[in-house]
Design a binder for this molecule. Structure first.
Ligand SMILES: *Cc1c(COP(=O)(O)O)cnc(C)c1O
Length: 417
């Protein structure tokens, strides 16, 4: 957990924050969280492995400040390695008062929802939410007496009509998981605010570098740090950033649930964070090359990539986002599952696996029909046979090699026809 220094609760120790120095995002990625009292004489904060913090004497113990960030108390409140990561993330998210770290992205979503919902409340959840978020509606929220209603994120006109006096929060994700629809976050969040509901955004795809969520009207900006921030497929972590007073609520709930991340993982996440801007830029440009190649392929019915001019999500993406990444999907023509498997199995450069945002490219098949209730898959107007999805996460390989690999996939698809 980490609050920006010099705020209302006076928790920090005076290092100039991004608020005081108008640094650009790529610079904040490098500078953030590197307070001298945390790094000492070296560049990075050391890995503080600690449960016990020792006090100087009884008086020191008596004046311990367990409820303030940046003060030693006990390991569950973290130590400088975790504080440094949290502060760096806060500095990346304009409008944030602080960031809470969680042991996974799913824990960040669950922890955030539990911080703003109580028995009797209704949550509106986007129909294209990450599937474990959908599962939470049934396994976590329903038993607590919290009802979840799914909605079509592209139906802005109908959105206000979905609220009643019990609606306390809205969970958005843009682009949506797998099907990649970009929704009008500023419009939806403005409606939610007018109705007195809190807007949470799963901002894993863009990160604050691509979509400054709080500036766009959201109240809580959530990320799976497992993806872009970690960036090397070797850690699990999540985060939620918010302004006041929501940050305090997030923090209190996370402490009640005992959430803490290991200092080793925090150090890895910090290492990943330092190259976030260059990795996202490279992935975005490679992604565009791959998408250009795919758009010439007759085996493909639809490319679901907001970065692609002319795609249904492009207009909103280019209006609201200031960056992209390498994650996108496409849909094969004709519904031949064996052909899809031949394509995937022929790829040598794309690992088959969940997750994304690492330095290495990945591929995964998907069939979202079973995970949609407020919208249909395939969408109305499409040939119903065009339903087999493939998601690619473009890594840092040379895009020409990735394209050659995909060429081999198409050849394998055609080979057994
Ligand atoms: C992976 C992912 C998560 C969950 O993150 P974990 O760290 O794997 O728990 C949440 N949202 C989105 C959009 C994701 O892709």
């Amino acid at each position: 957990m980490g609050r920006r220094s010099g705020d209302a609760e006076g928790t920090g120790s005076g290092r100039l924050s991004g608020k005081d120095k108008p640094l650009r995002p790529a610079t904040r990625v490098v500078e953030g969280g590197r307070r001298k009292e945390w790094t000492g004489a070296v560049v990075n904060p050391p890995v503080w492995r600690a449960s016990t913090h020792l006090y100087a004497d009884s008086a020191d113990l008596a004046t311990g400040r367990p409820n303030e960030d940046g003060h030693f108390y006990y390991g569950r409140r973290g130590a400088p390695t975790q504080w440094s990561l949290a502060e760096a993330l806060t500095e990346l998210e304009p409008g944030a008062a602080g960031t809470v770290l969680y042991p996974s992205g799913v824990a960040a979503i669950a922890g955030s929802l539990l911080a703003v919902l109580k028995q009797g409340d209704v949550l509106l959840m986007t129909d294209n939410a990450y599937e474990p978020s959908r599962v939470m509606a049934r396994t976590l929220l329903a038993p607590l007496g919290i009802e979840t209603r799914f909605f079509d994120p592209l139906d802005v006109a109908g959105f206000a009509g979905r609220f009643d006096e019990r609606t306390a929060a809205v969970l958005l994700e843009s682009p949506g998981s797998l099907t990649m629809e970009v929704c009008d976050v500023p419009a939806l969040a403005a409606i939610a605010r007018e109705k007195g509901a809190v807007t949470l955004l799963d901002n894993t795809w863009a990160s604050p570098l691509g979509f400054p969520a709080l500036e766009r009207g959201c109240d809580i900006s959530i990320m799976s740090l497992t993806k872009h921030v970690g960036g090397h497929s070797d850690l699990m972590m999540g985060s939620a950033a918010a302004g006041d007073p929501l940050y305090g609520k997030l923090r209190a709930k996370a402490q009640a649930m005992g959430h803490v991340v290991s200092p080793d993982d925090a150090a890895l996440a910090l290492r990943g964070l330092r190259t976030l801007a260059v990795r996202l830029n490279q992935e975005t440009s490679s992604c565009l090359e791959v998408v250009k190649f795919l758009s010439q392929h007759s085996e493909i019915a639809y490319i679901l990539c907001p970065l692609l001019p002319g795609s249904p999500s492009y207009d909103l993406w280019s209006r609201d986002f200031i960056g992209g990444c390498g994650l996108f999907s496409f849909v094969l023509k004709g519904g031949d599952e064996a052909a899809r498997a031949r394509f995937i199995d022929a790829l040598e450069m794309f690992g088959i696996g969940y997750s994304w945002g690492g330095y290495e490219s990945l591929v995964i098949p998907f069939d979202p029909a079973r995970a949609r209730t407020a919208t249909s898959w395939p969408p109305s107007g499409w040939d119903p046979a065009d339903r087999l999805g493939i998601r690619l996460s473009i890594g840092l390989e040379d895009p020409a090699d990735l394209i050659a690999d995909l060429e081999g996939g198409f050849a394998a698809m055609r080979s057994a026809r």
